[in-house]
Design a protein around this ligand. Structure first.
Ligand code: SF4
Length: 375
């Protein structure tokens, strides 16, 4: 039965209730913390890698990536010495590729300017490549014990429920939550408190069907008292994502090698390899689109042949429908007009290169086609 928020427990801002929150949350965390690989051997570097991987990504998906990354680049020094393409290869499939590129820049900068040591103030951490307010606060509190509150989407959900925050505007809600998180933070215990709050949001205060009966904060939670935890935070209706229709050429030479191109470092999927192509223009056929894109991107003429596959993929801000067609070069030599690099690669070696998920589907389709031919 829904009750009114006025039936709520005592004001959670009083010192007594704030202390009660810490008293309940920290022992709960000690008893219930999951055994996650980044909690075993902690260094500022491993904390940073895990925090960057975990943003907008599920823990189960991150675990194998984290292990692989730390095996391949166990220290900041090892990472700083790596090639961008090797770093992207290990990150391949995890998405948000600006993160590994920035991580590499950060490692190189810290090695060159600070002998591999991280700075220990919020402002200096914030000045590192790819380190935004959340990452700086996570690194500062978890690695160096700085009294910095955290507020990401998960923590916001817990706080919006505990305090029945009805603010629909994301920026306002974020500001409110940061203020509340700062007030709740027990001085000198930021690392444990922040991590406990994140663990609670991940394992108990889930977006759907929160397990309030198991929650250490149930006595002070206003949304629970009102019988409507899922009402908070207020969700705005999602705008439909833009949908892009894209063509890509699988150009094979007489030795059966495929032509691939590396995207420029900046921007979406920067630094990754792809089957060259691009967005279809109004009035174009798919074949015309692919031929035009190869002319513009690499300066070659191609004859576009049969379709290999169509890949449908959702990115965070748009969806694509990627039509991959076989092609044959008819004139010109590839040049780096709108790509960072290109290569003719035997199909069996394509997996040595870092591709986006959508392009990996093309690799799979190509391998499957060859396997059928070989039967
Ligand atoms: S009592 Fe329920 S809604 Fe409130 S913080 Fe705990 S799990 Fe979330």
């Amino acid at each position: 039965m829904k009750r009114d928020v006025r039936d709520s427990p005592p004001d959670p801002f009083t010192p007594r209730v704030r202390a009660a929150i810490t008293r309940r949350l920290l022992p709960w965390f000690r008893r219930n913390a999951r055994d996650l690989p980044w909690r075993r051997r902690r260094t500022p570097y491993s904390i940073l890698v895990s925090e960057l991987m975990l943003q907008q990504t599920r823990v189960e998906q991150v675990i194998p990536y984290f292990r692989r990354f730390l095996r391949r680049f166990p220290t900041l020094r090892a990472l700083a010495a790596a090639d961008e393409s090797d770093v992207l290869k290990v990150w391949e499939g995890l998405g948000y590729y600006a993160r590994p590129r920035n991580l590499l820049r950060l490692a190189r900068r810290l090695m060159a300017e600070r002998g591999g040591r991280f700075p220990r103030t919020y402002d200096e951490l914030r000045g590192l490549p790819g380190v935004g307010p959340y990452t700086a606060a996570a690194l500062g509190s978890l690695a160096f014990g700085l009294d910095l509150p955290l507020s990401d989407g998960n923590v916001r959900r817990v706080l919006a429920r505990m305090f029945a925050l009805d603010e629909p505007r994301r920026e306002r809600l974020d500001a409110e939550c940061r203020e509340i998180a700062a007030k709740l933070l027990p001085r000198g215990r930021a690392a444990a408190f922040n991590e406990a709050l994140m663990e609670l949001s991940a394992t108990v205060c889930a977006p759907k069907r929160p397990r309030c009966d198991l929650c250490p904060l149930r006595e002070v939670c206003r949304a629970r008292a009102a019988g409507a935890p899922e009402r908070y935070p207020r969700r705005r209706p999602r705008k439909p994502l833009p949908h892009l229709v894209v063509g890509a050429a699988v150009t094979l030479d007489s030795r059966g090698r495929a032509l691939i191109a590396r995207r420029k470092s900046e921007g979406l999927l920067g630094g990754l390899w792809e089957f060259p192509g691009g967005k279809i223009e109004p009035g174009e056929t798919m074949e015309q689109c692919i031929a035009r894109e190869l002319r513009e991107e690499m300066g070659i003429e191609i004859a576009v042949g049969e379709r290999l596959t169509v890949v449908r993929h959702a990115y965070s801000h748009f969806t694509i429908e990627l039509h991959a067609h076989f092609a044959r070069r008819t004139a010109g030599r590839p040049r780096r007009l709108h790509c960072a690099d290109f290569a003719w690669v035997p199909i069996a070696r394509l997996r040595d290169y870092a591709f986006s998920r959508a392009d990996l589907h093309i690799v799979e389709a190509l391998e499957a086609r060859l396997a059928r031919k070989g039967d």
